[in-house]
Design a protein around this ligand. Structure first.
Ligand SMILES: C[S@@+](CC[C@H](N)C(=O)[O-])C[C@H]1O[C@@H](n2cnc3c(N)ncnc32)[C@H](O)[C@@H]1O
Length: 194
């Protein structure tokens, strides 16, 4: 059992408690702004990486096939229970079990802050393998704000970053930065695979 299996037990309830619900609503508004810039082919494949119990999966652009994945058995089983038609797999974001050049859109919401730079570089390489050319990617990160520092002090180990650091790591694997949005709790970046 990893820490996320344990968190899966109370994760849905936690998201409804104030002030977290307000913070999450604010973050979702940022994500929706970024999503409004992204179009995915109607017969495309969209992938939600580190989908948790599924809140982020419902945000994905409409397309033919949705796949969600998470490395926590607990999170995956809760998501599967609430959406039996969804293809939800148990897998590590650093080893995505999909064919190269098969994904039209990928997103990772609430994940990159748990990766050291070396892991983030590996993650971007993995994404550049599975995404098609011109495929779109949306990722969030935790900025070095007072809020981020507070999270570092009370929660699990997280890595705070500036958007420039993320853009430079992803650029090394062929990702072109298209747009970004930020608030004090979260940054959102949209990339296109070139
Ligand atoms: C903060 S939650 C975000 C969940 C969801 N994206 C959302 O917005 O509600 C982070 C999730 O990342 C997953 N996770 C962390 N490291 C992972 C990894 N290396 N591979 C796959 N999932 C991972 C955890 O199990 C957890 O479900």
């Amino acid at each position: 059992m990893n820490i996320w299996d344990f968190r899966s037990i109370y994760y849905k309830a936690f998201r409804r408690i104030g002030p977290f619900n307000l913070i999450l609503r604010n973050e979702q508004n940022q994500i929706n702004k970024a999503l409004s810039l992204i179009s995915v082919p109607t017969n495309g494949l969209a992938l939600d990486i580190a989908s948790g119990v599924g809140h982020s999966t419902f945000l994905m652009p409409v397309t033919k096939t949705f796949v969600s994945m998470d490395f926590s058995f607990g999170m995956v089983s809760i998501q599967k229970r609430s959406n039996k038609d969804l293809l939800c797999i148990n897998a590590n974001a650093l080893r995505i079990p999909l064919k190269d050049n098969s994904v039209d859109y990928a997103q990772a919401i609430g994940l990159t802050e748990y990766f050291q730079n070396k892991e983030l570089a590996l993650f971007s390489l993995e994404l550049s393998n599975v995404l098609k050319v011109s495929g779109k990617l949306l990722i969030t990160f935790t900025p070095s704000s007072l809020f981020g520092i507070g999270r570092q002090l009370v929660g699990s180990k997280i890595y705070l970053r500036k958007k420039e650091e993320i853009i430079s790591i992803f650029a090394k694997n062929g990702f072109k930065h298209i747009a970004h949005f930020s608030i004090y709790t979260q940054g959102v970046i949209v990339f296109e695979k070139s």
